[in-house]
Ligand binder design. Structure first.
Ligand code: ASP
Length: 412
């Protein structure tokens, strides 16, 4: 029995769990919430890995680059791709929202209101201050990813600057990163159970009614995300990285399934790292560096959604937006996507930042909150696929990819 179970590749078990979960939730209804704890158990186990994984992989990743000038070329390319794809994503959201007008003529009384999250009073200055850790230990204990990344990058750069004297420490981080990947393997075996329970819960509790009232917005969110994944990422892989698109998506199927069911880029991070390294042949240094960084700051699905949702709010409340407002939204949505944590519902909280600036009523948040989860799942998949696409492209551009491994990874 056990042998039979392990003989099936993990990704096939995960996909089967995803569909079984939906069917179970659909027939079981809200009662399916009673097995959500299994999903929570899985998310907790995988979250436990986030801090040590980011810390070890990012330091080891920077140290493995070996030369401070090379760090600039990998980091520069990654940041460039993060910003460009983020901007394209927001404008896509604005375009879809303007053309299809999801909020026009909507009877808002038909929509079940979700809970409004507490207003976000973060200013731009607070955001800048919050990326500097006042205590690295505190930051780790609170799982605050952005300052943790800053600290890890600095340690990595310190190791590079110390040259010979830094080598013993680099070795420790290297070994730590490898050990963490093994621990990840153990936790990954929980994936089919977690995915099954989470999908049953979503399908059982959300039901179809809430979805129908907001169907246009939900549909546009899916369309925008799919366009980003299928058109933008495929183009990046085909024309910039010059690699086979199908093999790329085949290689990240585990990350797609886990991101879709957990709605958390951070929780998916261990899986994304494993997919890029093992299935796509991206070097450990590039994938550790780009994917760990991307899980926090590269969120194209969230950026697209913030643009779209702002127009939705403006339409249901009859707020006129000028071209100037569109530009403001594009900048704020990019910043908000960078600042959003890779956790479920982070994009929803970030809406306040964009809405406030263009006078879209914050009540919009309560309208969309009820169906946020189902949209969050898709934007997280977009975010995570984007991290893998950028890591693969940067690796291809800097000669840090094993093409043979990517194409022949048939035992994924
Ligand atoms: N849940 C998303 C993520 O983890 C962020 C969001 O809410 O948009 O990538």
């Amino acid at each position: 029995m056990l042998r039979f179970w392990f003989a099936i590749p993990l990704w096939q078990r995960v996909i089967a769990a995803l569909f079984l979960g939906i069917v179970t939730g659909y027939f079981w209804g809200p009662e399916a919430a009673s097995i959500k704890w299994i999903g929570d158990f899985f998310i907790k186990a995988i979250k436990m890995l986030v801090v040590p994984l980011i810390f070890f992989s990012l330091v080891a990743g920077v140290a493995a680059i070996g030369d401070i000038r090379k760090l600039g070329s990998v980091g520069g390319r990654a940041l460039f791709l993060f910003v460009i794809t983020g901007q394209i994503a927001v404008w896509l959201g604005l375009f879809l929202g303007t053309m299809i007008k999801p909020g026009e003529g909507l009877d808002t009384s038909a929509i079940p209101r979700g809970e409004t999250p507490p207003p976000n009073e973060t200013t731009a200055i607070d955001m800048i201050l919050s990326i500097v850790p006042d205590s690295p230990v505190q930051v780790m204990a609170d799982v605050r990813v952005l300052p943790l990344i800053v600290f890890a990058l600095l340690i990595g750069i310190g190791i590079l600057m110390a040259d010979e004297d830094g080598k013993p420490l680099a070795k420790i981080f290297d070994s730590g990163a490898i050990v963490m990947q093994k621990v990840t393997l153990i936790v990954m075996e929980l994936t089919p159970f977690g995915v099954f329970a989470l999908m049953a819960w979503v399908a059982g509790t959300l039901g179809l009614d809430a979805l129908l009232a907001l169907a246009k917005l939900v549909g546009l969110n899916y369309l925008g995300c799919l366009l980003i994944i299928i058109v933008m990422y495929s183009a990046m892989i085909k024309f910039i990285a010059k690699l086979p698109v199908v093999d790329f998506f085949r290689g990240i199927i585990d990350a797609i399934a886990v991101s879709y069911s957990t709605a958390s880029s951070n929780a998916t991070l261990p899986v994304t790292l494993r997919c890029t390294q093992r299935n796509l042949g991206v070097s450990t240094s590039v994938s550790s560096f780009v994917v760990s960084l991307g899980a926090t700051i590269n969120m194209n699905g969230t950026a697209m959604y913030l643009g779209l949702a702002t127009l939705f709010g403006a339409q249901i409340f009859g707020v006129d937006l000028s071209w100037g407002d569109y530009f403001l939204i594009s900048i704020l949505a990019t910043l908000a996507a960078i600042g959003a944590a890779g956790i479920p519902g982070a994009g929803l909280i970030m809406m306040a930042l964009v809405f406030g600036a263009v006078d879209v009523p914050l009540e919009t948040i309560a309208f969309v909150a009820g169906v946020d989860r189902i949209m969050d799942m898709m934007r997280t998949t977009t975010n995570v696929s984007g991290d893998a696409a950028v890591a693969t492209t940067v690796a291809a551009l800097t000669g840090e990819i094993d093409r043979e491994e990517m194409i022949s990874a048939d035992d994924i």
